[in-house]
Structure formats: C-alpha cells, structure tokens
Design a protein around this ligand. Structure first.
Ligand code: ZN
Length: 159
C-alpha cells in the first residue's frame, strides 16, 4: 500500500497557492516494529496535481532524458554531487542523538551517511523525478530545475 503523506512524520515545507501542502520535509527515519529504518526521501511531493504532471513527464521518457542530460557534462555532475552532499548534511541535522545511537547499533549509520538525494548511493543515478522535483522546490536540485526548463509544470491556482 503506498504511503500517504498523512502517515509520515513531517513538516510542511512549502504550500501551493491554493493553500494545501506542496512539499513536505520528512523525518529521515521511521519506527518500524520497534526498529528505526531510514526513510529514503527528505522531500515529498504532496500536491496531487503537481505529482500527476511529473508522472506524465516520467511516462513520456523523462527519467532517461534527465539521466542522459546529467551524465553528458562532468561539471554538471560535479555540481549535482555537491547538491547530494548538502542533502546528506541536512539529513544529519534532522537526526536526534538517540536516532544516531540506534542507527549505529543497528549498523546502518555509516551507510545512511553515504546515501544522497532520495537515498541513492550512485551520484549519477536517476530513477524517479518526483523526489528531485520536490527537492528542487524546497532547496536546489539540478534535475528539478531541468524539469522546469524543459516542461511546463503548473502549480495549483490560488482560489
Ligand atoms: Zn497543489
């Protein structure tokens, strides 16, 4: 069953002009059966309408196009890697001392520190545009900016 944002521990990072949540910033870990598990994305696209528009771009081959665009320029890839680093640093600030202790004792803290945007290990991997677009709306993300430059994504109108 897909997660709904109401199930996530989050803060509303940004709202649509219509007033509903557009981007959530999620707690980077979740309690699962008494254990602490990493939650893969810090930024969650919560607006159904923007979500559908990104899904159409993905269905239209956007993921492969974005990956090729990212990989064709080493300077671009280096800049994107720096955005992964900023994301990792922000995630670290969202973990409590207790979270860190529990992740360490479970042997997953070091791996979590290597996981970049969307929990990806490879800095040139692109599997989904939603999480990059959400990150772009909240911080800086080259792939999200690429989506905006190439496609028209419309926000919800104000009422
Ligand atoms: Zn909206």
């Amino acid at each position: 069953m897909p997660l709904k944002y109401a199930d996530l521990e989050h803060e509303v990072e940004r709202r649509c002009p219509a007033g509903h949540p557009l981007v959530l910033r999620c707690r980077p870990v979740r309690e699962v059966d008494g254990r602490l598990e990493p939650f893969p994305t810090l930024f969650w696209l919560a607006c159904d309408d923007v979500h559908r528009q990104i899904a159409r771009i993905e269905a239209d081959g956007g993921v492969d196009l974005a990956r090729a665009w990212l990989r064709e320029d080493p300077a671009r890839l280096a800049a994107f890697s720096a955005q992964h680093d900023a994301y990792v640093a922000e995630r670290a600030t969202l973990l409590s001392d207790d979270d860190r202790r529990r992740l360490e004792s479970a042997g997953i803290l070091d791996e979590l520190r290597r996981r970049g945007i969307g929990g990806m290990l490879a800095r040139d991997a692109v599997k989904c545009l939603h999480l990059h677009y959400a990150h772009h709306l909240a911080r800086e993300n080259l792939l999200g900016a690429w989506v905006d430059a190439r496609y028209e994504v419309h926000g919800c109108p104000a009422p």
